[in-house]
Design a protein around this ligand. Structure first.
Ligand SMILES: C[S@@+](CC[C@H](N)C(=O)[O-])C[C@H]1O[C@@H](n2cnc3c(N)ncnc32)[C@H](O)[C@@H]1O
Length: 256
């Protein structure tokens, strides 16, 4: 039966890759990489570099999948994402069936870890549910942008005995965060932190974590808010894309 591995490659630094991931890569015959357009060309290149670095033991093929465009203008967020996932599932099914033979091992290299705001696992589940192509699936965990953020700021995510909440920029606004919890925010193209009025909140912000372009800023949110927005806009303009993550928490001591 075909084998399929979803390999977390870490979120930025090529050294974030685990020994388990390296060993898994050595078994792979076909690497499926998704191309989401020009702004993510750097991420595509990073995945190819991982292959070049760790897959020298035997020949392998790279198959690029041109990701279908997502309707980002639709007001119905969930149904737009569901429709997009269905189109991707059809495409993934096709490439697995056509490009991977029965006795081969294929891999999707997932940025960070497959369990965190990444749809590859969900789409592969959808492909399996269609029942038109059989494969065994294995997940190899990777270092997430959240772990990279905490390590680079030398902080723990929670204060003693407290909970940590992980969310998106969109939900940060919808859920009306008041500033009394440890909240990690990903996928925030709108700098949603600027809507928080509470002046007793710290932010630990990181962009391009683990890469040579990494930017880190931390301190009182209402003193840094403008600066982060400006830096973010500048960096995005210069590179053409940005990935940033941040932790918000009630002001207080926090060190490693
Ligand atoms: C689609 S999610 C993927 C998350 C990924 N699976 C992980 O484990 O970190 C993309 C978001 O992750 C965060 N992210 C990923 N890599 C990052 C990096 N190197 N620096 C800062 N944020 C990053 C950003 O919030 C970005 O918008």
């Amino acid at each position: 039966m075909r084998k399929l591995k979803l390999i977390g490659i870490g979120a930025g630094n090529p050294d974030y890759i685990t020994i388990q991931a390296i060993n898994a890569l050595r078994e792979v015959d076909v690497v499926f990489v998704t191309d989401k357009g020009e702004d993510t060309a750097d991420l595509l290149r990073a995945r190819k570099e991982v292959c070049e670095r760790y897959m020298q033991a035997k020949p392998y093929r790279i198959i690029e999948i041109q990701d279908p465009r997502r309707d980002r203008n639709s007001a119905a967020y969930r149904s737009a994402v569901t429709a997009w996932h269905e189109r991707r599932a059809a495409l993934y099914e096709q490439v697995i069936r056509e490009q991977l033979s029965d006795d081969e091992c294929g891999a999707f290299l997932v940025w960070g870890d497959p369990s965190l705001y990444d749809s590859t696992l969900r789409i592969i589940d959808q492909v399996a549910a269609r029942g038109t192509v059989n494969f065994q699936c294995e997940i190899i965990p990777g270092i997430t942008s959240i772990q990279a953020l905490a390590a680079r700021h030398k902080i723990s995510l929670n204060q003693i005995g407290e909970a940590v909440h992980i969310t998106t920029g969109r939900r940060l606004i919808e859920d009306q965060y008041t500033g009394d919890a440890n909240i990690v925010v990903l996928l925030d193209g709108e700098c949603s932190f600027k809507t928080i009025a509470n002046d007793n909140v710290d932010i630990y912000w990181g962009a391009y974590l683990g890469t040579p372009d990494e930017i880190l800023l931390s301190g009182k949110l209402n003193e840094l808010s403008e600066q982060i927005q400006q830096l973010r806009a500048q960096a995005r303009k210069q590179k053409g894309w940005i990935m940033d993550t941040y932790l918000l928490r009630k002001r207080g001591t926090s060190s490693c």
